[in-house]
Design a binder for this molecule. Structure first.
Ligand code: SF4
Length: 249
């Protein structure tokens, strides 16, 4: 039986890696990250930090082909909430290839205080395990685990709520505005992928978003004070269910 701990570069899956490593030091875990090649630089830095602090090796899986290849194959049709070909091609397929026909326990970092299922493989040899649910681990425990381990939170939490591709369509408008601030080169790359009516945000191109950046920020900060905005980004789970766990653990 293989034991696969799925990492996303986010807080929960990192806390799970720390938790399992400490709780079952004799289990030979495989720590796996599905790399689309379009992750945030902060995510790669965070993964390096996890490896260093925990003294583990993280297997980085990829699809062999870049995002541009699949985009062309899809005739320029950008991935969307309703057509998640990005996840299928760049995360699920590489992960299932890696697992093969071996019997595996796949450890998923859903917390006890969350109401979602996440990605469940249809392969019969994959047995999904939810240690945080089984052990009643909630958000406060995750924070404690990360702080005590000295890994802490990924730095992108300053401006974005989750890991994943820089162009992820699950990010909110304020996070797109923040992407432009923190990584203008990545924002521009995402903008170049937009063509005709294919836009990352329904009914709004990234160019339009840039023009409306100030207004988006004002509206956001009017609703949430600047002080609380970071916490708000972290807490807001309103679209968690739509984002599969293989992307956002
Ligand atoms: S993080 Fe977002 S864009 Fe990237 S594969 Fe997952 S759903 Fe697609």
């Amino acid at each position: 039986m293989r034991h696969i701990v799925n990492l996303s570069g986010g807080k929960d899956s990192t806390a799970l890696a720390v938790y399992l490593t400490k709780k079952y030091p004799n289990v030979k875990y495989e720590y796996v990250f599905c790399d689309t090649g379009c992750e945030l630089p902060e995510t790669y830095e965070y993964l390096n930090k996890i490896e260093k602090v925990l003294g583990i090796y993280i297997v980085r899986l990829n699809s062999d082909k870049p995002f541009e290849f699949y985009l062309e194959k899809m005739n320029g049709y950008l991935p969307s909430v309703f057509a998640r070909w990005c996840t299928r091609e760049m995360k699920i397929k590489p992960w299932e290839r890696y697992v093969g026909d071996d019997n595996v326990y796949s450890y998923i970092a859903i917390r006890a205080d969350e109401d979602r299922k996440g990605y469940i493989s249809s392969k019969k040899n994959v047995h999904t395990v939810y240690p945080f649910i089984e052990d009643g681990i909630c958000i406060g425990d995750v924070e404690k685990i990360l702080l005590e381990s000295e890994i802490g939170y990924p730095t992108y939490y300053e401006w974005r709520s989750r890991s994943g591709c820089y162009f992820c369509m699950f990010q909110r408008r304020i996070e797109w505005v923040n992407l432009y601030k923190y990584h203008p080169e990545l924002f521009k790359k995402a903008l170049v992928f937009e063509k005709d009516n294919f836009t990352w945000i329904k009914g709004m191109s990234l160019l339009d978003l840039l023009y409306r950046g100030k207004e988006i920020e004002e509206r956001y900060y009017k609703k949430h004070s600047k002080k609380d905005a970071k916490k708000e980004i972290e807490d807001e789970d309103d679209y968690n269910d739509k984002c599969c766990l293989i992307c956002s653990l």
